[in-house]
Design a protein around this ligand. Structure first.
Ligand code: PLP
Length: 410
């Protein structure tokens, strides 16, 4: 994998910010977009734009074919048995809410259990809180180990025959932990439940094979994997998608509409009410082409090298507390930290003055911040365009933040 060449694909990286070359270390929030994706979006709007599944004119046919081809590309990317198991959504948040509304609220009742972890992104927590509240089901948590991992023993203890659903991130957006989804799926299935996987931080970074993982639902976002904002995916096992209710009702998702009742199209179209996110889906298809051409294993290997280097260099910075597993192999491509008592927003502001973009805040994971006993953290996250030089720039900027706020360190 030639990172120097890859960087040339990303026009946004060729700029200076605050007088310094941009060092973009916030890809876990959203990734940058390669020329190849931007060009596909422009070409679609310049030559093919039309509504899908409606008109029989040439542009309508072209747009429909491109939209459905994108679904096929996404299905191949995650090794879904069929493109009909790929639902286009607005993103991970919407995908998870669709399962919570369309499946959990229909299937759960008092006495049933939903199991998750306290490290989840709010998008994989609040929908289950709300579903539990609406159905009378109980929400249970698998405890976190001090290093941010979870033990399969604890999963076995938490999951019971009453567990109808377990939801977990494949990769934590704060701790970076890669969770053993395959093994968790086995435990949940043995108890008769289903496993919902939040793939927002894994699908962009690791080879993800839904059949090998044997997850029941997988949610992810296009914008974190070189695609446009506003498009995401819900993958589901066919039987579960078939028994799941649509969340949105209206145009396009129907079969027959009578005055007092209606029937729906089959999966996945019954979930895509209204004009779908056509350009977004086509852009995601282009992103999938781009990532596949480089190779997801190559991207994972690159993340691993950069993360190992970042862990090594960051450990040299005095007063820097690093959260999550010690070994790069157990992490996705991100490192979360705090610099002494300096508020992460202040750290981020000083870094930004040197062109280094990182995320600071609670990362949509307030319960986890409480477990870590901090109000917020800083997070540097990496992708295929980051280099060791980017990490060196991060470390230099952190040292200067430390000098700047010297009194607050320790
Ligand atoms: N889950 C995880 C682990 C995330 O990191 C994110 C985004 O940061 C989300 C869910 C929500 O994704 P989106 O905002 O694209 O819906």
């Amino acid at each position: 994998m030639n990172v120097v060449e890859i960087r040339k694909d990303f026009p946004i990286l060729q700029q200076t910010v605050n007088g310094h070359p941009l060092v973009y270390l916030d890809s876990a929030a959203t990734s940058q977009k390669p020329r190849q994706v931007i060009e596909v979006l422009c070409r679609y709007y310049e030559t093919d734009n039309a509504n899908v599944h409606r008109g029989v004119h040439t542009l309508g046919t072209r747009a429909t074919e491109a939209y459905e081809l994108a679904r096929e590309k996404v299905a191949r990317f995650i090794n879904a048995p069929s493109p009909l198991q790929v639902v286009f959504t607005r993103g991970t948040t919407e995908s998870l809410n669709m399962v919570a509304y369309g499946w959990a609220r229909r299937k759960l009742g008092p006495g049933d259990e939903i199991v998750t972890t306290p490290a989840e992104h709010h998008s994989n927590l609040i929908p289950w809180q709300q579903a539990a509240r609406a159905t009378g089901a109980t929400l249970k948590y698998v405890p976190l180990q001090p290093d941010g991992t979870i033990s399969l023993e604890d999963v076995r203890a938490a999951v019971t025959p009453r567990t109808k659903l377990m939801a977990i991130a494949h990769v934590s957006n704060v701790l970076g932990t890669i969770h053993p989804v395959r093994e968790i799926a086995e435990i949940v299935h043995q108890a008769g439940g289903i496993l919902v996987v939040d793939g927002a931080q894994s699908v962009p970074h690791l080879p993800v094979d839904v059949q090998a993982l044997d997850c029941d639902f997988l949610a992810f976002s296009g914008h974190k994997m070189c695609g446009p904002t506003g498009i995401g995916v819900l993958y589901g096992k066919k039987r579960l998608l078939d028994e799941m209710e649509p969340t949105y009702f209206g145009g396009e998702m129907i079969d027959v509409v009578e005055l007092y009742e209606s029937t729906w199209k089959e999966t996945p179209w019954k979930f895509e009410g209204g004009t779908p996110i056509i350009a977004g889906a086509i852009g995601l298809g282009a992103a999938v082409d781009y990532l596949s051409q480089i190779g997801m294993q190559e991207i994972r290997n690159h993340d691993l090298r950069i993360t190992a280097y970042a862990l090594e260099r960051l450990r040299e910075v005095e007063d820097l507390a690093i959260y999550g597993p010690a070994e790069a192999e157990r992490r996705g491509g991100l490192v979360t930290f705090n610099l002494g008592q300096i508020h992460p927003h202040d750290v981020s502001t000083v870094l930004d003055a040197q062109g280094v973009a990182i995320r600071a805040g609670h990362h949509c994971a307030q319960p986890l911040m409480r477990i870590l006993n901090v109000p917020a953290t800083a997070r540097a996250s990496f992708y295929l365009y980051n280099t060791e030089e980017d990490i060196d720039a991060l470390v230099r900027a952190l040292r200067s933040a430390k000098e700047f706020f010297g009194h607050a360190v320790g």
